[in-house]
Design a binder for this molecule. Sequence first.
Ligand code: SAM
Length: 700
Amino acid sequence: MGVGRRMKKQGPPEPLSEEHFARLKRKAGLPVDDPPAAPPSKKKRTGKEVPSKRNSVATKKGSTKESKNGEVVKPAATVAANGKKSSKPKKKQPEPEPESKGSDDDDEFDEDDLEVEGLSDLDDEVPGEFKDDFLESDDDEPYDSDDQNEKAHLFSEDEDESDAEEKLTAANIQGLSRKLDEKLAQQAEEAEAEQQDLQLNITGDRPKILDDLEEDGDDADLLSKTKALLAPDLQLLRNRINDTVRVLDDFGKLAEEGRARAEYVNQLLKDICAYYGYSPFLCEKLFNLFSPREAFAFFEANEKARPMVIRTNTLRTHRRDLAQALINRGVTLEPVGKWSKVGLQIFDSTVPIGATPEYLSGHYILQAASSFLPVMALQAQEHERVLDMASAPGGKTTHLAAVMKNTGCIFANELKKSRAKALIGNVHRLGCRNVVVCNYDAREFPHVMGGFDRVLLDAPCSGTGVIAKDPSVKTNKTERDFIALPHMQKQLLLCAIDSVNHTSKTGGYVVYSTCSVTIDENESVVAYALSKRPNVRLVETGLTFGKEGFTSYMGKNFGKSLSLTRRFYPHTYNMDGFFVAKFQKIAPTPPNATKVTFGKQKKGAKESSEHQQQQGGSGKSNDAIDIGNDDEFIDKTPIVDEDESKKDDNFGGFDEEEDREYIERAKRNAMRRRGLDPRALRKGKTDDKEKSKGKTEKEA
Ligand SMILES: C[S@@+](CC[C@H](N)C(=O)[O-])C[C@H]1O[C@@H](n2cnc3c(N)ncnc32)[C@H](O)[C@@H]1O
């Protein structure tokens, strides 16, 4: 546990290694030390021997060769930077992620993903066989549809292939290798602590965990009161958490006789609450998502800050140029991982990252790596109409603008005016010219506007995925939040679906995301939307990593297709907890699916509303959502703190009089441009007035 873990790359676990840096050092012409002894090798308890990957790499061009360990390795044809196939043997790729296998069983936790200390969860890292993020091409990159030849580039697809990368590497290398040295020292320390922990814990066959004092009456009361007054002994708690997890892992063998599993679980929950400071309610909710061992890893990961990441604004610069500029300012950084072409992970900096000239000129935005995911999943295309339903402060909106190369139109909606200001600030700073900011309750869509090619709903949520950033979540989320938030999320998701044009030639997609890991805010919401909107289906997110969503949970069946959704956890990918689901709309929403709508809309108006919207019409109304003859009643009371949104009316602020003048002038100019006499406009108005006057007189 400690700062060294911040060095861990984000995304699918891809270990950085001394070999990686040695190679970079050699390239940069720096002296290379002998690789330090690897930390005590962590072995799976299966006892199976892990073949060395190093041995499995073919050494001769074009020949099928038997490696030292007898493994037959075929030469892999590689694609060179010029696009020609070369017969050069390709470095063995890591095994595919288990979640990509697509079976329900894959929901099971893979122990290898854990990074918790104090347990015997040990990985099979093979020293010396690491991927080189800087220098290798990425065949798995999801959004490299343009030109395969470009894949060999270091930073992004639009960057030059040159030895600039080497210069950059050389400039950055000392900072990076210093960090690596620190990391290795830290790891060695941690491994030693783990060993000690284990030795401490494995004293007997069955660790003594549960109290055997069966005090009764006053004595018991007194005992528990005294205990409550004492400050918790953190080391004792940690050891007991370790022991209890171990017992729950192998209950038959390690549990004390006569003790039930539930007793251990209760003890563990109490200890986790005390050790990490969670409310019992939230602790249990999160604990139940995982096996005890994985839950421990999750709680532990929430104690560590995630790495600082910036996203290159490709509307203004290239990642390589940005990296070079920041390195020149004393920033130590590296590409965030192969899965992103725009992210840079900051390890160290002598300047404030939020105040560099590059920042102020909009060359980058500080953004959690997990926030890249929904935008990547949406795959917005140039010239499309896209709705970002809940968009402040605009990390994803501005990313979308860059993906769409400032073409098409993004409607960036935000309920809270104060937050919309930050959104507007980012839109300007990053030079997004295809963004229209609007300020509605997103549940008013598609009546405000519809017929979008794609919709992003990055929903307001409880934030259980970002506890490392906001530890107040540990105690301030109550049962009510997990009723109210999903309720709103369901409403929002139905509105998102109804705002999409299923006949869009290029799109017809909705992405739903949250930075929460609870089932109530994710799978339950998605399953609800699928049941209320038979005209949508889940599709692949296109993300190359992430755990599959739950297809069932505690007796609730969400459907097999939920395995297409993706979950991201801090302990598996070293990024914030996140959830992403992608829907494709395949038909219009059946009229009976949306019988009654927001508030006071006239009967029957909604039925044609979506159709109108898809034709590009505007059907603005102020209606509240209700789902026809559903068995589930949807309360029309808004959950958001409406007062707050009304408080700061200085956002934009419309002056009707002033606007009228501008509108009139614009109309006159438009007529002039079309070669018409603008006075006709005035005449038309006078005629209209006279007509209506005549009509009133007639009626009278
Ligand atoms: C998770 S944040 C969005 C973050 C944003 N997508 C980004 O990447 O910067 C959710 C946002 O939804 C806004 N919000 C909450 N309820 C809303 C509603 N009913 N309609 C529109 N926006 C809402 C919140 O104010 C908040 O800014």
